[in-house]
Every structure is written in structure tokens, then in C-alpha cells.
Design a protein around this ligand. Sequence first.
Ligand code: ZN
Length: 500
Amino acid sequence: MAHEEQLEELRALMGEIIDVQSATGLLQWDQEVCMPPKGGPARGQQLATLAAVAHRMLTAPRVGKLLDALGGASGLDSDSAALVREFRHDHERAQRLPERLVREFAEARSQAYEAWVAARETSDFGRFEPHLERIVLLSREKAEYFGYSGSPYNALLEEYERGMTAEMLSVIFGELAPRLRGLVARIVPAAGPSAGAWLDRDWDEEIQWALTLRVLRDMGYDFDAGRQDRSVHPFTVNFDIQDVRVTTRINRRELFSGLTGSIHEGGHALYEQGFALEDRRTVLAQAPSLGIHESQSRMWENMIGRSRPFWEHYAPVFREHHGAALGDAGPEDFYRAINHVAPSFIRVEADECTYNLHIILRFEIELALIEGNLRVRDVPEAWNAKVKEYLGLTVPNDAAGCLQDIHWSHGGIGYFPTYALGNLYAAQLFETIQEALPDLWEQVAQGSFAPLLAWLRTHVHRTGRRKLAAAIVEDATGSAPSAAPFLRYIEGKYGALYGI
Ligand code: ZN
């Protein structure tokens, strides 16, 4: 009986923390979607205060006492046991960092972000260098407080991809990199420099917007439990299972970038709308890692949105809306254009074949920084050498090189590998899905995604944090996560596309 009361009290405290986190998310959403520019400094203070409040609530002694009492309790049902286990994980991890370090890191981040924006605008790494130096030092300090075995990088990786290690990543990426480089080397001469002359024009922004809404609705995104707005960088945020919002950006010159942004964020959002309602306001209604979250966005964006059957359905829809602007482009032209492969400097614009190479080079640089094998001042040189080696390109300046991403200025060292893992998990899950749903492609060619979504709900979404990412993949597919399905997918698709 006592356990039931303790569990109820723990759930209530957890619910309050999640309310504060949700309010934080709403302030962030507002900041990127509608806040007037002068609201920035005050918003920064509001966010810092709420972060401190949430941290204090999470590390409260009462939470620790309840977790201790329930941790040893027998007779908890499996959901309650998972809830206690996951909440304990968050509580203990938060407790390991002294508040001094939390505050110092937050300050360093906000200064680094400002410096990074200025450095990127002027393409001057020197302006960012002292800030990155500080982020690396504080990250190493964090790693010591968190504790780790093997590389100190593992302590940072744990924040984003629990159970993954630098040693495991080195094995996976060591298999991936040479195969991708070989594939890209064979494709480039066959692909040519242009995705198609017919794309080179302005595309009506209202029409583009309407098409993103149409595809989101077709995917199964619930607009009564979400909405789409515009922002500079597309993102997904939830304040509840039934309030999951996405953003996209529309570019007049790009036929596909708004759409792929919406499909990508829609994949994230379907995951969050798909958590079990009974897990609401608990840590179970969360993804266990960023990699598994990214597997959902990548699957929808790449395996579905860049597939031939998808364009068999949507090329005529595009024609209904864009009309004569499309010339005589048909489904095959759409399919080829959206899958055009060309090594480029900018990660977020990279095609499926080169994308993971961008990630691998970032991982290698981060690892060397954290392990003390690379000095911050040597990052541009190391970056440019790796871009030359992996992508065959000469970086013209740091803005198109090591200053292009926001992550390091946010203190997000250990984050990048989750993007590549998302691609691998997606491919592995998708192989199983194609076996489980033999008429998947016929459905997609009719714009019907319900069977796919139902499969994902059952095998991924509703699980929430009851399992780690690797266990979700293994239980769904019968094998531990590996690079093999992704390599089969990418070599099969692009080998056929380019006849190589
Ligand atoms: Zn994503």
C-alpha cells in the first residue's frame, strides 16, 4: 500500500517537472516563430530561470527519497518499474553535475552562440575559437563529473544516445565511410552537376506551403493535436502528446526544400503524437535517444519521400497546383531530381549518399578534441583536410566549413553521431517493414500511409522510454543495430538510379 502512495507522489512530482519543461518548450517555440526581435534578452532570462527551476525540482531530496524507496520495491508492475527506472536515470544524471557547472555551461553557451553567429557571418574562426575552447574544457569537466569508461567522449554521447560508445561508433563508421566514399566516387561522373534545368525557377510560396500541409495530413499528422508554422530552422516541439508542433521554411528558389523539411519534421511529430496517452506527463512519453527519434524523420523523408512510388502519387498533385511551371516534368523527373547526388560543403543540404560522411568527419574531430588529440585552434585545418579526403572538395572559407553548424556553440558535443545512427536505424527498421507490409509500395503509390504508421506506432512509438534505442531496433527487426541494412539500401537504390 505504501508503495502505491509513494508512486502517486512521484508521478505528481514528475508531472510538475514536465509541466515546467513543456512551458519552457512553448517559450522556445514562441522565440523562433513569433517573438519580436527585441524580446530576446528577456526571453533568455525567462528560459534560464525555468531551466534552473526544473533542475532544482528534478534533483530535490524528496525525489531521491521516493526513488530509493520504490527502487527496491517488489510487486511494481512493469510500467511502474520502467517509470521509476527512467526517472531515476534523469535524477541521478542531473545530480552528478554541480550547480556551479550547470550555470557556467549555460553562460558559456549563450556567449558562444553570439560569438558563433558573428564568426560565421564574417567567416572568421578566430572569433569563435576562445569560446569553443571553453566549451571543450567545460565538456571535459562535465565528462569527469558524469563518469565514463573508455573515452571521456562516452559520457557526452550518453546524453543523446544512451548505451552508445565512441568505440562502437568507430567500428560502425569505419565500415560505413569507405563504402560510401566508393559509392559516391562511382556516382559523381554518372550524376553530373545539375539536378535538372526545369527546377531552376521561382516556385510560388503559397502553393509550396499548401503542398506541405497536404502531405503532412496524408502522412497522418493530426492537425487537431498540432500545427505547422514557419521558422528559420525547421524543428519539432511538443508540450503534450496532443500538442506537437512542427515548423518548416519555404524558399522561393527551391521546389523541394520546404516539402522535405515538413516531411522530416512530420516524421518526428508522428513519433511524439504516437506516444501512449496513458504515459502523458511522464518520462515514458519520451524517446529513449535522439538517434531513434531521427530514424523516424529520416524514414519518412528519405525512404518514403524520396521514393519512386511517392512521386507516382505526388507528381500529379504537384501538377494540379504548380501547373505549367512544371513544364513536362513527370514522376520519374521528380524522383531523379530529389535524389540527385553531388558532394557539397553544407551538411543540411547534403544528399543521402554524402550525408553520413559529413557526420563521420564531425565525429572524428569531436572525439579528437575531447580526447586531447586535437587543439581547438587546429580545427579549421583538420576540418578542411577531412572534407578534401571524404568529399573531394576544397573548403573555400570557414563559414562553409567548420563554422556552418550551430551544435558546438550550443555545447552539443556528442550530438552529431545521432544523425548517422538515425539513418542506420531507419534503414534497418524499413527492411523489416517491407517484409511485414508486402503491399507497402502500392499503398504509398496511392498516397496511403496508414499501414506504415500503424506499424511504427506498434513497434516504436508506443514504447516510449520503456526500451533503449538498440533494444527497440533489435526487438523489431530481430538483429542488433548495424550498418549492413543501410549499405544494402543506399547501394541498391543509387546503384539502380545511376546504373552503376
Ligand atoms: Zn531531425
